[in-house]
Design a protein around this ligand. Structure first.
Ligand SMILES: [Zn+2]
Ligand SMILES: [Zn+2]
Length: 357
């Protein structure tokens, strides 16, 4: 099945990013992405969606439009919500997270809680924009790994900030462990919660004395934390149909989060089979006496199979197979060594193994 890679959280000059729509798209093609979704703050742009052909690389990219919405009159501005596939003005309902989620769903969009848990950066709590209104339902999922959130935490002292500005590969580590726990808690309530991973790229420059540098430019970040979609067939030449394909797969959770810089995870699969049924990540599988879960990785990695938030088994290698008669929520984490540290590489959406009723 085709594995297409994209980034679903990024900013342009339409809000507080530094690249135009075309500059960002060009950076995405250089990084090898197949699609991007623009998510400027509380605003979207018209006339940008569709296939973009980049003359410098000869590659093409599907451009889709979304927004990152929060109540901008609130101090501090918490509860950032990624809204994909909806371009209408939703600022009127931004103050009430549930109303906002409902409005997105009614308009046929998808909603993901952006950087739901954050850690203080160099300027401490002033820079944190976590999600705090957890009494909500009906959203599509959460942003499990936000590269800029992770970066902000790693650059929390002046020394680390200088090192990180010049050695970006040293910085990214993985989703915050407390967010993995939170995700498992949300899944345990019985809802499907689709996890995605993104850049949140702005490409800001920072100055230190006489030196000014764009830290974490678009292209670097697009080579880093992304979301891979498992499609039943390649993206259609028709942009509207391709958009529908991306929508369907995201909604189903047929996707995984990865840190592509460590090694391309294309070909990474997590599948299940029980009786005559087959499932991929994001699917529900009805247990018929026993099920087989299989993980296949294109590179050697530390593979961990998680059931209902607990480590079930682990191995070092390219394959993990597990037989079970236990219903539960099964998901996979893969870790690899990079720049002297073990780092998060792949985080799949779950296979929901349900008991036969
Ligand atoms: Zn945000
Ligand atoms: Zn953002």
């Amino acid at each position: 099945m085709p594995d297409v890679v994209g980034n679903l959280h990024l900013h342009t000059t339409t809000s507080d990013g530094t690249g135009t729509h075309d500059q960002v798209a060009s950076a995405a093609t250089r990084a090898g992405l197949d699609f991007i979704i623009y998510t400027d703050h509380n605003v979207s742009a018209e006339g940008v969606e569709g296939w973009y052909h980049d003359s410098s690389t000869g590659r093409k990219l599907l451009r889709l439009m979304g927004q990152e919405i929060n109540d901008q009159s609130r101090e501090p501005e918490l509860n950032h919500l990624l809204c994909h596939f909806v371009c209408s003005d939703l600022n009127g309902v931004a103050a009430d997270p549930q109303e906002l989620i409902n409005a997105i769903t009614e308009r046929g969009g998808l909603s993901f809680l952006a950087h739901p848990l954050e850690r203080p950066g160099y300027e401490a709590a002033e820079q944190m924009y976590p999600w705090i209104s957890w009494d909500i339902s009906g959203y599509t999922g959460i942003e499990l790994w936000n590269a800029m959130s992770d970066t902000k935490w790693h650059l929390r002292t002046m020394l680390r900030a200088v090192l990180g500005a010049y050695l970006p590969n040293w910085v990214l580590n993985g989703p915050f462990p407390e967010l993995l726990i939170k995700w498992d808690e949300l899944l345990a309530t019985g809802q499907k919660v689709v996890a995605i991973g993104n850049s949140d790229a702005h490409a800001w420059s920072f100055s230190l004395g006489p030196f000014t540098r764009v830290v974490y430019p678009y292209e670097f970040l697009f080579r880093a934390v992304n979301t891979h979609l498992i499609l039943p067939e390649p993206l259609n030449e028709d942009a509207n149909m391709a958009s529908q394909q991306v929508y369907n797969v995201l909604k189903m959770g047929h996707c995984y989060v990865s840190y592509d810089l460590i090694g391309s995870p294309r070909g990474f699969t997590f599948t299940g089979a029980s009786g005559t049924q087959e499932a991929i990540m994001g699917d529900t599988l009805t247990l018929q006496s026993e099920a087989t879960l299989r993980v296949v990785s294109p590179h050697r990695a530390k593979l961990r199979l998680i059931k209902d938030g607990q480590l079930l088994t682990k191995t070092q290698g390219k394959e993990l197979v597990w037989q079970t008669a236990e219903p539960g929520i099964y998901r996979v984490e893969a870790y690899r060594q990079y720049w002297g540290q073990q780092r998060g590489w792949v985080f799949t959406n779950p296979i929901y193994l349900r008991a036969e009723v």
